[in-house]
Design a protein around this ligand. Sequence first.
Ligand code: FAD
Ligand code: 2HG
Ligand code: ZN
Length: 473
Amino acid sequence: MTTLTRKEILSRLKDLAGPGGYLEDRVDVEPFEVDFRKLYKGATPLVLRPDSTERISKIMKFCFETGTAVVPAGGNTGYCGGATPDESGEQIVLSLARLNKIRSVDPMNYTLTADAGCTLVQVQEAAEQVQRLFPLSLGAEGSCHLGGNLSTNAGGTAVLRYGNTRDLVLGIEAVLPDGRIVENLKGLRKDNTGYDWKNLFIGAEGTLGIITGAVLKLFPTPRSYGTAMVALRDLDASVELLSMLRERSGDAVTTFELIPRLAMELACRHIDGVKDPLDQPYDWYALMELSCATDEVQTQELLETLLGEAFESEVIQDAALANSGAQREAMWRMRENIPEAQSHEGPSIKHDVSVQVSRMPAFIREATTLVKKLVPGCRVVSYGHLGDGNVHFNLSPSEGDRDPIFLEQAKRVNHAVHELIAQYGGSISAEHGIGRLKRDELAVYKSEAEIQLMRAIKAALDPTGIMNPGKVL
Ligand code: FAD
Ligand code: 2HG
Ligand code: ZN
C-alpha cells in the first residue's frame, strides 16, 4: 500500500495524464458523476483524459501501486450506471474521449482499426469513406464510444444479420489493471493460438481493464435497402413474418423491430416530424429492413412480393413501404426515438430481456398480464429487437400520473419480470449489461459455479480490485 497522501496521488495522476489530460473543476467533473438515466449520482475528485495508450499504461501502473480505484468512461450513454463512480469520492474517472483516432482502414482486408474513444458514428463514417459498412447501429451512436460499445457488447438494430459487437471484433488492445499493455491488432480472421482473451474484455464493463483500441470487421455496403413499416395481424404474426422473410429473402433481413401501438402514438406525440405511415391504427407493427446486393428496383420488387404474400396469408394487415431515402429515414427516426418519446410520459420501469425468438409473443403476453396486476393502470411499451429475441419491456405510469410512488415499485416489478424471464429460459440483460443496476439480480440468476468462475477471472486480472469496483460482480 502507498505512503502517499491523497493530494499527492491526485497530483501525480495529473502529471501522468499530461497537459490538457485532466478535469478537476466542479462544472467539468459533474457530468461524469451522473449516469445517462440519472439513476446514480456519484462523486469523483478527478477525471483523467489521457491521449495515448502509453499514458493510460503509466496511469494504471501508478493506480495499481497506490490502490487507486478507476472507473473507465466512454460516451456515458450506458443504461446500467457502469461508467459512474460511487458515492465515496475516492474513485478516479478515466475518460477515453481524447483517444479518438481512426488508426487505419484496410478495405481489402475488410477491417478498420480505431482508438477506443472514437464515437460509433466516427467509425461508421470512416468505413463509408472506403465504401464499406461497419454495421453496429444504435440510437446513441452519435455519442457512445467504440470502447463503450465493446465493454457493453452492445446490440442495436442490425444484430439479426451481423451479430453483437463481440461478433464484429477481430482483436483489441487493452491496458491491464497493473499497467501492462496487451495487444492483438493483427486483423486476422483465423488465429487459434491459445485462449481468445479479447472476449474477456468485451462485455466486461470496465471491470477487467481498459480497452484502448480494436480491429473491427467491415462488410460490403449493401447496394439497396427494402424498408417497411408493417401492421401485423397480431403478436404471434411477428414471429411468423420474420421466419418467412428470412427464408424467402435469402436471409437478407437486417432489421426486424417490434413496435406496439402505444410506442407509435408516443413517438408521433413527442418527436417532431414523426407521423404514423399507415392510415389507421393497429395493435402491433414491425419495422423491417432487407439489405441487398441487388439494385433498388429488384429489392423493392422482392419486398413487395414477400409482403404481398404475407398479406394474402393474413400474417399482416397493411404495410407502408419506404419509397425514398427520406421515407426510410422517417421510419428509422420513429423507431430510434421511442426511448426519448417514452421519457416524456414520466419515469420508466425498464427491462432489457431476451428469450428464444419463437417464445417472445407468449412472454410478452404473460409479462403484460403480470405487470398490470402488480401496477394497476401502468402502460406497457414493449418494443425492440424481436429479430434477436430481445425486447425492451418498459412500463410507463398511467397517463398524466407523476406520482413518485411509480418508480418506487421498480425493484419489485423488475424482480417479478426477471422471475418470469427465468421460467422462459431467458436473460435479464440482453444488451445493456449489468453495471451497478443489475449487479444483485445477476447473483440471483447465475449459478453459483458461474459466479465463482467470473470471480476467478476477476481475481486473476484485477487482484487488488481497482477496476470499476462495485460493478457487475
Ligand atoms: P459508457 O456508458 O461510457 O460505459 C459503459 C460501460 O463500459 C461502463 O461500465 C464503463 O466503465 C465501460 N467502459 C467504457 N469505455 C471503456 C473502455 N474503453 N474500456 C473499458 N471499459 C469501458 N445499447 C444497446 O446495446 N443497444 C441499443 O440499441 C441501444 N440503444 C440506445 C439508445 C439510446 C438513445 C441510448 C441513450 C442508449 C442506448 N444503448 C443501447 C445503451 C448504450 O448506448 C450502449 O450500452 C453503449 O455501448 C455504451 O457506450 P458508451 O461509450 O456510452 O459507454
Ligand atoms: C433501444 O433499443 C435501446 O432503443 C433503448 O436499447 C431501450 O430505453 C430503452 O429501454
Ligand atoms: Zn435496444
